[in-house]
Design a protein around this ligand. Structure first.
Ligand code: ARG
Length: 576
């Protein structure tokens, strides 16, 4: 149920009949105050101004032909020419009843698109760090939301699995293997292995020479180097998968489309760019000069697509990658969840992609950028000694803190249950803290805030859900098989129903803007609306018909919170 879209269509149609030009937006929004109704149409004034007529007169003409059959109980002209719309109670009751019966909670399927979502993208032989956390968590929430709307979603994990660093990694792996130690043990600290390889490369010329040779052999497709490369990729993926599983992130091995996958396509692309006159030779390298990007001297910026030594770059790969996603995966929309420092890189790659005609303008290439993760001091998030924080360590700490919290809150629970709750709360808290912020800003990582049971946090939302289910447990009722009818008898019930029916609007916001905080805010408001309802409207102690109706509203609220959190990749608990 998308009330906003429904009203928009109806008001826009009435505006057309009243003489507005084709396509004039009705601009229907949720009202800021109950006094202004439940929704308000804001588009009248702009049209009246263009037509040179009095906005209130024009609003009247619109009202004369506006047909909201049973949907609204009252409409009125307000201020300079707004139309306030008050939804009809019987209509709301029917819609709420339908939502409760529907496993989709009344959320319509969208017109199906194929949407590629590029997210997570860790690097081989590098531990995932907190910077990858944002991409992974935000991307996965958007993926789940798009899938729920019925889209064909293709998760693309752009693994950093190619590049000259593999020469030294392979050479070092070979040394470890000749030593006969257990490789899987040696690679447990994969980042340490990376550092060790780098050190060998810097210190030992024979090693460095071999490493460079291996780069060439790997690129030439040598089975020996390929096999070693594969070992490194596999070990990284196993470690990464543990983080994904722990965080309830839906990525698997099947979603890996790493940089190496595009490597065989690069030389053909570069030749094509050259033939099309887009790339030109400059000091031995192949370069695309982009007028829309200026360098320091105000000249068109040169983007290298092939180095003098024949090597390709990160940008070349992203050109091939966008092309592949359109040509082979048939994407209608391509979303990239990558930190904002890569914005220029992406714009350059896409600019070349458009010039070469690899992806038509009808297919959107969207950079959903996000800022950095900062510590409480406002500086980049680092360990006490100044190193990058490993994701595993961060998740471990979250779990320890959550456990302490549960111990004080609910000491009577058995150990297993405490651990389970701690894990659910901890992972929820880490994710929700990130998801609930406006994505593009830098975000301050603060344990106390994210684990608080008050405010817009995961524990608060998880607890809101548990509190509602406990109403049913107390009364030995199953929230999925309730009798009776939803009947509004109090203004708080009406407000709660209105909020419940705005679930689809929130979901569509996430889908459109790639901003999960829209859904977080919605769920937080919903929980608040439920609290004020619960405060004013007794449920179990109400007389029968009212009690049944209120139980149904409680059930719909619980289901909506649970579904909403599930779209964010956050689990709920029956007890906490
Ligand atoms: N591996 C990259 C990094 O760690 C992220 C990949 C982003 N995706 C892309 N298509 N470039 O920064």
């Amino acid at each position: 149920m998308n009330i906003q879209a429904l009203l928009n269509d109806k008001v826009a149609a009435a505006m057309r009949i009243a003489g507005a030009p084709e396509g004039s937006p009705a601009a229907v929004r949720q009202s800021a105050k109950p006094l202004f109704g439940d929704y308000q149409a804001n588009g009248i004034m702009a049209v009246a101004k263009k037509q040179g007529c009095n906005p209130r007169d024009f609003a009247q003409k619109v009202l004369d032909v506006l047909d909201l059959e049973g949907m609204a109980s009252k409409t009125e002209i307000a201020g300079p020419g707004f139309i306030n719309i008050f939804l009809d109670e019987t209509w709301l009751e029917t819609q709420a009843e339908k939502a409760l019966k529907d496993p989709r909670l009344g959320v319509n399927l969208a017109e199906k698109q194929t949407i590629v979502v590029d997210y997570s993208g860790p690097n081989v032989a590098k531990e995932m760090h907190v910077g990858h956390l944002r991409s992974t968590v935000i991307g996965d929430a958007v993926v789940r939301t798009l899938a729920f709307l019925g889209h064909h979603v293709i998760r693309a994990n752009h693994l950093g699995d190619w590049g000259t660093q593999f020469g030294m990694l392979i050479a070092n792996l070979e040394e470890h293997e000749t030593k006969g130690t257990d490789i899987s043990m040696d690679l447990r600290d994969i980042e340490g292995f990376y550092r060790e390889s780098k050190k060998r490369y810097d210190d030992d010329e024979t090693f460095a020479k071999k490493a460079r040779e291996y780069v060439v052999r790997l690129q030439g497709g040598s089975p020996y180097c390929k096999e070693k490369w594969h070992t490194l990729v596999q070990i990284t993926l196993e470690q990464t998968q543990r983080n994904y599983d722990r965080l309830n992130v839906s990525l698997t091995d099947k979603d890996v489309m790493g940089e190496s996958m595009y490597n065989p396509m690069l030389s053909e692309i570069v030749t094509d760019l050259k033939n099309k006159g887009i790339a030109v030779e400059s000091e031995g390298a192949l370069v695309v000069f982009l007028d829309e990007f200026k360098n320091k001297d105000g000249d068109p910026m040169g983007v290298i697509v092939q180095k003098r030594d024949g090597g390709f770059l990160y940008t070349t790969t992203d050109i091939a990658c966008a092309k592949y996603r359109y040509e082979t995966l048939h994407a209608d929309r391509i979303l990239y969840f990558i930190d904002s420092r890569q914005h220029q890189h992406l714009l350059q790659a896409w600019s070349i992609v458009r010039k070469a005609g690899y992806v038509p303008d009808t297919v959107s290439l969207e950079h959903h950028a996000f800022g950095m993760m900062l510590g409480k001091d406002g500086r980049p998030f680092k360990t006490r000694t100044g190193g990058t924080v490993r994701l595993v360590d961060l998740l471990d700490e979250a779990q320890i803190r959550a456990k302490k919290l549960i111990e004080t809150k609910n000491p009577a629970l058995c150990e297993d249950e405490k651990n389970n709750i701690a894990e659910t709360v901890a992972m929820g808290a880490v994710k929700y803290a990130d998801l609930s912020k406006h994505r593009t800003t830098d975000y301050i990582f603060d344990w106390d805030n994210m684990l608080a049971f008050e405010g817009n946090t995961a524990p608060y939302m998880q607890y809101a859900y548990t509190r509602i289910t406990s109403i049913f447990n107390k009364a030995h009722l199953d929230k999925n098989t309730l009798d009776g009818k939803i009947k509004i008898s109090h203004e708080k019930e009406k407000a709660l129903i209105c909020k419940l029916l705005q679930f689809e609007e929130a979901i569509l916001g996430v889908s459109r803007e790639g901003q999960p905080h829209i859904l977080c805010s919605y769920l937080f408001e919903l929980a608040g609306e439920f609290s004020s309802f619960y405060e004013k409207c007794p449920v179990l102690n109400a007389e029968n018909e009212i009690k049944q109706s209120r139980l149904k509203l409680a059930a719909l609220t619980a289901n909506t919170i649970q579904q909403g959190l599930d779209l964010l990749g956050i689990k709920t608990l029956e007890r906490m």
